[in-house]
Structure formats: C-alpha cells, structure tokens
Design a protein around this ligand. Structure first.
Ligand SMILES: C[S@@+](CC[C@H](N)C(=O)[O-])C[C@H]1O[C@@H](n2cnc3c(N)ncnc32)[C@H](O)[C@@H]1O
Length: 357
C-alpha cells in the first residue's frame, strides 16, 4: 500500500476489479458490497481488511475514511436494455441515491466522484435518467461529464459502459483532461443528454491505437466441448445466413448467444474476433457459447471461467468460485480492468493531483 497515493472508496465493489485496476494510481481505503458470494470472491483475492459486507443503505458516511475519490459501479438492472427499465427510481439502480446520501454524510465530500453503468443510463428515457443524476451531483458542488468507453478498445469483448466523472467546483482542472466539445469519448446519446446542462465537462483522453488482442488469443482450445447430441442441438440453432458465414470464415473460434428472433430461438454469432458482452447468468440464454473449429466441423461449448477472467482483463491467478454460474456472475457483473486503468491514468489521477482553492 502506498500512502502517498490519493485514497479511494469502492462502493458496490463486487469482485474487486475496480480496486485492482485503480491500485497503481489510488490507495484503496474501503470497499463494500451486499452479496456474500461476491464477498467470497473479494476475500479470496484481496482479503477482507478493507471490505464491508453490508447494504449501502446501512452505511453511514461519518464512519468512512476521508478519500479523494468515491467510485460507484451501481446496479444496472433497472437501466439495462436487456432488463426491466424502471430507471433511477427503481429499487436496484436507485441505490445510486444511497451512494450520494453517504457522500453527503461524510465530513468532507471526496474531491472526485466516479460512477459506472450501462449505456441505458444516457440513452434510454431520452437521457432523462442521466440528466437527473447530473443535476443531483452538480447541486452538491461538482462539475461533471459522462464518457462512453468500450472494453473492446483493449480486450476482445464488446462491453460499452458509461463512466461519469465529477470534480469539486473548487478544484483546478488540468487542460490535459478538458476539451471544448464532444470527442471520441462522447456518443450521440451523451451529446444529446448533455444539451443545456449546467456544470457539464467534456473530458478528453488520448485515443488508444487499434487493439492487437483477438478472441482466439484468449481461448483455451483444449477445453472440452459438448457431447455429440448437445453439440448438434446447439449448431441447429444457427440461422441459414450465419451458417453460410461460418462455412466461409477462416476464424478458429466464433462466439454466440442464444436469442429469440421472430418467435424462434437462434444462436446469433459474431464474426469479428470479439466476444459479446459478458452478462450475469440468469438463465440459459444469458451464457455465451463458443464454436471451436475442428478439422472438419465446429464444436460448441460454454465459455470457461478462466476465459471470462481474461475477457475482463483480470489476472490468470484471480480466484473464482468452483460453481460455474457463480464464477461467470462474478465476472459478468464486473468492470473491465483496462478501461478502469485507462480512466485513472488519463483523467482521475491528473484530476486528483491538482491543487484545490
Ligand atoms: C455492477 S455490479 C459492480 C461490480 C464491481 N464493481 C466489480 O468490478 O466486480 C453491482 C454490485 O452491486 C452490489 N449490490 C447490489 N445491491 C447492493 C446494496 N444494497 N448494497 C451494496 N451493494 C449492493 C451487487 O452485489 C453487485 O456486486
């Protein structure tokens, strides 16, 4: 632990990947999650010294250490395109208000706030959910902006996520992090949601070059595939168009999710050496399949737990539960580490390093 680094509080810490990714830039002081299964993963990898297993609703800000940054990867179910969309008033995504309530109770509010969630936060409900959150944070004395970063910039997983960064109005903002208008970090939905908002910041960061890592670089080609019957059943779900593309492709591995299209279950494939977004497995359809090329055929299987780790940028030595669904969930819920490190290196750390008036 480097006490010279600015401190960070990690709310909704889950498996702890945010703390891991921020570690070169920030000193983790405190982390919290309500889920005992996530606590198991957290303990297995980081110990429980900083971790508090409790609902955010029971946290009192006066009990927390002072920190430069408070991070919240708050639950996404009510903002998610795949889920029911009750928004920020619903019970799970609405926990973001508890995070802000805790912030209000602290002796002094952190200089920086960061919140992470799915793209629905800015794109759904005509951007009103973001606008409501923006105004609530600005009214607490912050300037802020949202950015879209996709894990696919760094890793072979499509995982677009919104990152909201807020900085106290009294803090100096270095010119290296501030733009005069939208740039590659800002989707159309963000630009629309930002319209007319006070205290909005257009953050900037250098655009990374093309990704080198491909899905086939992360896949364990020796992992067992399904038995013949199950394999046939899975392959039969591929649509004629995708079957043709598969026949003509020279890829070694093709990922896919089961989806219902026109009332029929199909296995929808991707042909871009990139896995679809890892999700939490709530049923068969939310687990990702891989088709592995054999000499004269394709063989199907689920992603292995180790592959989910790699797709999130977690280290090979990261410990996951033996239970497949629990391991998958621990990664499906998490924040991809290179995205978090990128944000820390180019925006959060420079903001934390500036003096405050
Ligand atoms: C999107 S995940 C965050 C994952 C985490 N940042 C990571 O990298 O693994 C949301 C987390 O919120 C937790 N959560 C849900 N309700 C909560 C509550 N009332 N108090 C604290 N944590 C809660 C869930 O258990 C889940 O781990």
């Amino acid at each position: 632990m480097d006490r010279d680094k600015p401190g960070v509080l990690d709310f909704f810490a889950g498996s702890g990947l945010v703390g891991l990714a921020l570690a070169p830039y920030f000193n983790l002081l405190w982390a919290n999650d309500v889920c005992p299964k996530k606590a198991w993963v957290y303990e297995a990898n980081f110990g429980l010294e900083k971790f508090h297993l409790a609902s955010v609703t029971s946290i009192n800000g006066r009990d927390l250490p002072q920190a430069a940054l408070s991070w919240a990867s708050f639950p996404c179910q009510d903002l998610s395109l795949a889920g029911k969309t009750g928004g920020l008033e619903a019970s799970r995504s609405g926990l973001v208000w508890q995070w802000l309530r805790v912030t209000d109770e602290m002796q002094s509010r952190p200089r920086l706030l960061a919140a992470e969630n799915v793209t629905g936060l800015v794109s759904k409900n005509q951007g009103q959910w973001y606008r409501t959150l923006h105004k609530a944070i600005a009214s607490r004395g912050y300037r802020l902006g949202a950015m879209l970063l996709d894990a696919a910039i760094f890793l072979p997983q499509s995982r677009p996520r919104i990152f909201v960064v807020a900085v106290r109005k009294t803090a100096t903002i270095p010119s290296s992090v501030l733009d005069s208008g939208p740039n590659w970090l800002h989707s159309k939905a963000i630009v629309r949601a930002a319209q007319g908002l006070d205290d909005w910041l257009w953050f900037k960061a250098p655009k990374p070059g093309p990704r080198v890592l491909k899905l086939s670089d992360l896949v364990d080609f020796k992992a067992p595939c399904f038995e013949e019957d199950k394999n046939r059943k899975i392959l039969s779900l591929i649509s004629p168009q995708h079957r043709l593309r598969l026949q003509n492709s020279d890829l070694l591995v093709v990922p896919g999710y089961k989806r219902v299209r026109n009332g029929r279950q199909v296995l929808e494939l991707r042909f871009d050496e990139t896995a679809g977004c890892l999700r939490t497995p709530q049923g068969g359809s939310s687990r990702q399949f891989l088709l592995i090329r054999r000499e004269f055929s394709w063989q199907a299987r689920l992603l292995t737990a180790q592959e989910t780790l790699r797709l999130m940028g977690a280290p090979e030595s990261f410990r996951l539960p033996q239970n497949y669904n629990q391991g998958y969930k621990a990664m499906g819920d998490a924040v991809a580490t290179p995205v978090c490190s990128f944000l820390a290196e180019h925006i959060l750390q420079p903001l934390a390093a500036e003096a405050e008036s």
